[in-house]
Design a protein around this ligand. Structure first.
Ligand code: GLN
Length: 273
């Protein structure tokens, strides 16, 4: 008999992943699976579970198989049209929240929003903020819109190649997790990255191309005293700080993620100086 226990044990996957798939298909909690481990799994559920096991064994990311990923304590819909939200990026959102939460009025722009994870999380944790999010991909924007709706927040979405279609307004904060992986980086052909949209991962160049465009244009869209914060690769902090300073940003600094890697850099835009 195909019991919860035997199906999980014979999946060929790590226990945690097998449990996540079974729990997802049967719509039951981990505690339920433990208490009911000798229950038989109904045939239709078993077919779905086995199809998902097969996809996972072929390397497909869990977030695409389950169609969701948790980020900042919120569950985001994830499809192959968008980058999978990563724990590393929570640092960028926490930094944004710190800047925005105590301001009565704050306008925020998230560029290259993908799943909408950054914009939606900021809007959720800073309900008074007015958040706009852009992406070049209409498919990504459809996913982001759905996430904003499902999580009950208001975000204005704009289809735009970086600044091209951004309305001429000024923001207090611009954030972005742009494609920053060098085109020749071996990681692009490994793990989850093989399944993610390449244009969300790499600039097909030296890894700094999108960061350069965002930094060079930011001044035209920032309020006096506004901020720009960017996620970047493990070895790009110094280059990004240099780009920020050359473009006229002050108070330029980088911050480390939980692994001790300088993961984000930012600076302030002062017109009066
Ligand atoms: N942090 C991701 C990775 O290295 C890349 C995301 C990005 O390019 N913005 O897997």
């Amino acid at each position: 008999m195909d019991t919860v226990r035997s199906v999980i044990a014979h999946s060929g996957l790590p226990l945690l992943e097998a449990r996540m798939i079974v729990g997802h298909v049967l719509e039951v909690s981990r505690a339920w699976m433990i208490a009911h481990d000798s229950d038989a799994i109904p045939a239709d559920g078993l077919l779905k579970i086995q199809a998902m096991f097969k996809r996972r064994l072929a390397g497909e990311p869990m977030a695409y198989i389950l169609g969701q990923r948790e980020f900042m304590g919120l569950v985001f819909k994830t499809t192959p049209s968008v980058l999978i939200p990563r724990p590393d990026t929570e640092l960028l959102v926490e930094t944004a929240i710190d800047l925005v939460q105590n301001r009565a009025v704050a306008t925020v722009l998230d560029m290259g929003t993908g799943s909408g994870a950054i914009a939606v999380a900021i809007a959720h944790y800073c309900p008074q903020a007015k958040v706009m999010a852009s992406d070049k991909s209409a498919e990504a924007l459809a996913v982001a819109r759905e996430n904003a709706r499902d999580l009950g927040v208001q975000v204005d979405f704009v289809e735009s190649d970086w600044y091209e279609q951004i309305p001429s307004c000024k923001f207090y904060l611009i954030v972005s997790n742009p494609p920053y992986i060098h085109h020749a980086d071996a990681h692009l052909a490994q793990g989850d990255l093989r399944f993610e949209p390449p244009q969300a991962l790499t600039d097909f160049s030296d890894g700094l191309a999108a960061l350069r465009v965002i930094i060079a244009g930011a001044g035209g869209f920032l309020l006096d005293g506004g901020w720009l914060w960017l996620e970047h690769g493990w070895d790009q902090a110094e280059s990004v700080r240099e780009l920020l300073m050359k473009s006229g940003f002050v108070k330029v600094e980088s911050r480390k993620d939980l692994s001790g890697i300088e993961r984000i850099s930012g600076g302030q835009w002062l017109i009066s100086e």
